[in-house]
Design a protein around this ligand. Structure first.
Ligand SMILES: O=P(O)(O)OC[C@@H](O)[C@@H](O)c1c[nH]c2ccccc12
Length: 260
C-alpha cells in the first residue's frame, strides 16, 4: 500500500537526517523558539465563511508531475495575494517532489500560516517543522496508533504548532477526537486506491462537533463542490491540484469561492 511505502521511505530519511542533526539538537532548537503563537492556523480557519488552504505541490503519486514549471515562492505569494487563509507546503521529496527548503522560504516570505505537509512518523519532524517556520503540521491517523497520535498532538501544541489531523473514515475521525485533535481534515482521496469522493467529507461532517475545525481535503475542483461543502458546515477546504494547474490563481480562487 502506497501510504506504508511512503511512511517507510520517510522513516529512512529521518534516520539519515538524525545523523546530521540529532533529535536532541532539533528538539533544543525548536523549544528555544517562541511557543506562544496563538495558533494562527486554527484561528484563520475558524473565521466566519469558508477558509481556503492552498497547496504548493509539484507532483503526487496519483497524478505524477502536476507542475513542470514550479516557481514555488511566486505561487505562495500569489495564493496569499488571492486571499488564501493558509498555505500547505509539501516537504516529502520522493513521491511529491517537495522540499523542506520550500517550506522555510515560503514561511519567511508570506505572513499567512504555513502547514508542513508531510508523512509525520517521528516527533523529529514536528520539531523540525517548528524550526523551519511552519505554523502547523499534518498528522495522518492511518499512520499513527492512537497513543502516538495523542503524544504527537501534545508535542505540536506545546511548541505552539497546530495539527491538522487527517482521517478517512468513521473510526479514524473517532480516533482523532479521542486523541484531542482541534482540527480534523477528512481526506476525500482514498490513499489505498486513489479514488476521490467528496461525499466522504460530507458524510463524516456530522461526527465532528462544531468546536473542532472541520476541513475537507482533496479532489475539490468546482465552485459547486466548495458551495456544497460550505452548506454542509465545512470550515475550510484544502485544494492543491485545481489551483496548481491554474495559470491565474487569483481568478481561480475567486471562482471557487463564488458559491459560498
Ligand atoms: O490536489 P488535491 O486533490 O486538491 O489535494 C490536496 C491535498 O488534500 C492532498 O495533497 C493531500 C491530502 N492528504 C495528503 C497527505 C499527504 C500528501 C498529500 C495529501
Amino acid at each position: 500500500m502506497i501510504l506504508e511505502t511512503i511512511a517507510e521511505a520517510t522513516r529512512k530519511r529521518v534516520a539519515a537526517e538524525k545523523e546530521k542533526c540529532s533529535l536532541a539538537e532539533m528538539k533544543e532548537k525548536a523549544t528555544a523558539m517562541n511557543p506562544d503563537t496563538g495558533f494562527p492556523f486554527e484561528q484563520e480557519l475558524k473565521k466566519p465563511g469558508m477558509s481556503f488552504i492552498c497547496e504548493v505541490k509539484k507532483a503526487s503519486p496519483s497524478k505524477g508531475i502536476i507542475a513542470e514549471d514550479f516557481p514555488y515562492l511566486e505561487i505562495a505569494k500569489e495564493y496569499e495575494a488571492a486571499g488564501a487563509s493558509a498555505i500547505s507546503c509539501l516537504t516529502e521529496p520522493e513521491y511529491f517532489k517537495g522540499d523542506k527548503r520550500y517550506l522555510k522560504k515560503i514561511a519567511e516570505t508570506v505572513s499567512i500560516p504555513v502547514l508542513r505537509k508531510d508523512f509525520t512518523v517521528d516527533p523529529y519532524m514536528i520539531y523540525e517543522a517548528k524550526v523551519l517556520g511552519a505554523t502547523a503540521v499534518l498528522l495522518i491517523c492511518a499512520l499513527l496508533p492512537e497513543e502516538t497520535l495523542k503524544e504527537y498532538l501534545e508535542t505540536a501544541h506545546s511548541l505552539g504548532l497546530s495539527a491538522l489531523v487527517e482521517a478517512h473514515d468513521e473510526a479514524e475521525v473517532a480516533q482523532a477526537m479521542r486523541a484531542g485533535a482541534r482540527i480534523i481534515g477528512v481526506n476525500n482521496r482514498n490513499l489505498k486506491d486513489f479514488t476521490v469522493d467528496i461525499h466522504n467529507s460530507e458524510r463524516l461532517r456530522e461526527l465532528v462537533p462544531e468546536n473542532i475545525v472541520f476541513v475537507s481535503e482533496s479532489g475539490i475542483k468546482t465552485p459547486e463542490d466548495v458551495g456544497r461543502l460550505y452548506q454542509n458546515k465545512t470550515d475550510a477546504v484544502l485544494i492543491g491540484e485545481t489551483l496548481m494547474r491554474s495559470s491565474n490563481k487569483k481568478a481561480e480562487l475567486e471562482k471557487l469561492s463564488s458559491m459560498c
